[in-house]
Design a protein around this ligand. Structure first.
Ligand SMILES: Nc1ncnc2c1ncn2[C@@H]1O[C@H](COP(=O)(O)OP(=O)(O)OP(=O)(O)O)[C@@H](O)[C@H]1O
Ligand SMILES: CC(C)(CO)[C@@H](O)C(=O)[O-]
Ligand code: BAL
Length: 288
């Protein structure tokens, strides 16, 4: 396994890999955990070689967000990826990705607009721009993203569809299931910010979501169930709830054939300075 941090060395390394098979890209911001490693394993099933990008992308962070304190642990990440059989790590500096004079942004309309897009203005333009750059730099046959970032996956698929991407094509943008802790908390690099008390609160999120889903599937009125979920999250100790919403297939999964589920409960909530997101499918009885 090799780590490269300049575009020239990346180009050569990718050309060498392509000689002996297909490439799957796993884009990440590093501080890797089992959720990321599950993406790498999925990528290995899809292709002969796995390239993992590690780049804390400044353009997807808002001015008051955690860019400065986002965990950076390249040496530990390298050890984990070596053990998983990744072939190449692409770990550029910001100046390599955004040289002097950089002036382009990819805006994906529609799917970017609610939920995290509303709570984090500019976030999905930053994500779409960097992901399109990563796709162009690596030209993978496949790319694997986690379903934890459900809206992000929809945004990237929309971009791939709308811009007729071929490396990878939209069908080869693969979603991988959420990896969770025992109490249901989705693994996330940002969980490292949580104090022990906050971690206990965070552990309530998924259980409360499951309760709400059971109520909706049982025929409960959606807006009342969502209002109760909001209240329950605050009562459990969350400081605020950015959204607790039921997204139908049309609003968030424009490429429904690729995402499967008819509806999805999406939640983003904050504890102290930490913002957590989660989502789960809701059965076909749900009335959106
Ligand atoms: N628990 C998880 N299960 C499955 N995929 C995950 C999980 N956590 C992250 N991913 C996926 O890993 C990829 C890289 O995400 P990222 O590096 O931002 O990690 P993260 O843990 O989501 O960090 P953050 O705290 O920034 O949300 C994304 O496609 C994301 O959806
Ligand atoms: C896709 C991504 C690597 C782009 O910076 C990031 O948004 C993430 O880690 O999910
Ligand atoms: N996993 C999504 C990256 C972000 O929150 O900026």
């Amino acid at each position: 396994m090799q780590t490269v941090n300049s575009l020239n060395t990346l180009k050569q390394a990718v050309e060498d890999l392509r000689q002996s098979g297909r490439i799957a890209l796993v884009p990440t911001m590093g501080a890797l955990h089992e959720g990321h490693l599950a993406l790498v394993r999925r990528a290995r099933e899809l292709a002969d070689h796995v390239v993992v990008s590690i780049f804390v992308n400044p353009t997807q962070f808002g001015p008051n967000e955690d860019l400065g304190r986002y965990p950076r642990r390249l040496a530990a990440d390298e050890a984990l990826l070596e053990a998983e059989g990744a072939a190449l790590i692409w770990a550029p500096q910001a100046a390599e990705m955004y040289p002097q004079g950089f002036a382009t942004s990819v805006e994906v309309g529609g799917v970017s607009e609610g939920y995290c897009g509303a709570a984090r203005p500019g976030h999905f333009a930053g994500v779409a721009t960097v992901v399109l750059k990563l796709f162009n730099q690596v030209q993978p046959d496949f790319a694997v993203f986690g379903e934890k970032d459900w809206q992000q996956l929809a945004v990237i698929r929309r971009m791939a569809q709308d811009l007729n991407l071929t490396s990878p094509c939209v069908e080869n943008i693969v979603g991988a299931p959420i990896v969770r802790e025992e109490d249901g908390l989705a693994l996330s690099s940002r969980n490292a910010y949580l104090s022990a008390a906050e971690r206990r609160v965070a552990g309530r999120l998924n259980g409360l979501m499951r309760q709400a889903i059971a109520q909706i599937e049982g025929g409960g009125e959606v807006s009342a169930v969502l209002a109760d979920l909001d209240t329950a999250l605050l009562a459990a100790g969350f400081a605020s709830v950015d959204y607790a919403a039921l997204a139908d297939a049309e609003s968030l999964a424009p490429l429904a054939a690729l995402t499967g589920s008819p509806a999805r409960l999406l939640v983003a909530a904050r504890i102290g300075g930490t913002r957590l997101i989660d989502n789960m499918p809701v059965g076909s009885n749900a009335r959106c």
